[in-house]
Design a protein around this ligand. Structure first.
Ligand SMILES: NC(=O)c1ccc[n+]([C@@H]2O[C@H](COP(=O)([O-])OP(=O)(O)OC[C@H]3O[C@@H](n4cnc5c(N)ncnc54)[C@H](OP(=O)(O)O)[C@@H]3O)[C@@H](O)[C@H]2O)c1
Length: 207
């Protein structure tokens, strides 16, 4: 597959790119860096995620788009602003599949979160500033689109080696409250090539 990646220079995105290349996919990735580090096989598209022209160039000819985009320096409107631009870019390019990273603090209609996670989500929504709100608005944009989106609701991300095991569910809380970034990256790569959790926001955690 040809997979377009956003957030490819981030902590999760770098692992995602490595994983996609390892699986033999052609990877095209957006970057703001003049000289980004990454596997030689990656084709870099220069630009900001808020630039519609850069997004069009990125997704042109892609089979799937995967985002590990995340806010830098308190950017509390990144996701709500980029999501509609991405929806437009995907529709214009005729690309249907989008997989992104959301947060476990986001609530979705039909959720059956545990009491523990309901409390944590309520606290995050109240005290977490713009970030949780931003991801909720991002989800609403994708939900209003007719595309094949999946937003993976991740808990606390941790570094370290992959375990190779991810617990996931459409709306039930996983047992653990963290996930290694490497396992999240592998799960995102799985979803890029599979029609699982279409138009859903699964909760995930490491095992
Ligand atoms: N940290 C946690 O515990 C946690 C928990 C749940 C969910 N998440 C979410 O998981 C995702 C990945 O997190 P992470 O820690 O791996 O991310 P990260 O290291 O902060 O990386 C963020 C990526 O987004 C890119 N980016 C930000 N603004 C951009 C813009 N305007 N244009 C183009 N690229 C832009 C950055 O590019 P530059 O290198 O150019 O800055 C970088 O590649 C994020 O959405 C985060 O909110 C995190």
């Amino acid at each position: 597959m040809r997979v377009a990646v956003l957030g490819a220079t981030g902590a999760t995105g770098r692992l995602l790119v490595d994983e996609l290349v390892r699986r033999g996919h052609t990877v095209v990735a957006l970057t703001r860096a003049p000289d980004p580090a990454g596997p030689e096989a990656v084709t870099w598209v220069a630009g900001d995620a808020r630039d519609p022209g850069a997004l069009s160039a990125l997704v042109d000819g892609a089979d799937a788009v995967v985002s590990a985009l995340g806010p830098r320096r308190g950017d509390g409107t990144l996701h709500r602003e980029v999501a509609p631009l991405l929806v437009t870019a995907l529709r214009e390019a005729g690309v249907r599949r989008f997989v992104g990273v959301s947060g476990a603090g986001v609530d979705v209609p039909g959720d059956r979160k545990s009491r523990r996670d309901r409390v944590v989500s309520a606290l995050l929504q109240r005290l977490g500033g713009q970030t949780v709100r931003d991801k909720a608005l991002e989800r609403e944009t994708w939900a209003a689109s007719d595309l094949d989106w999946t937003l993976v609701r991740a808990p606390r991300l941790v570094d370290g080696p992959p375990t190779g095991r991810v617990e996931h569910s459409a709306g039930c809380s996983p047992r653990r409250t963290s996930i290694p970034r490497a396992d999240l990256a592998a799960f995102l790569a799985d979803l890029a090539g599979r029609p699982d959790y279409l138009r859903q926001a699964p909760l995930v955690a490491g095992r």
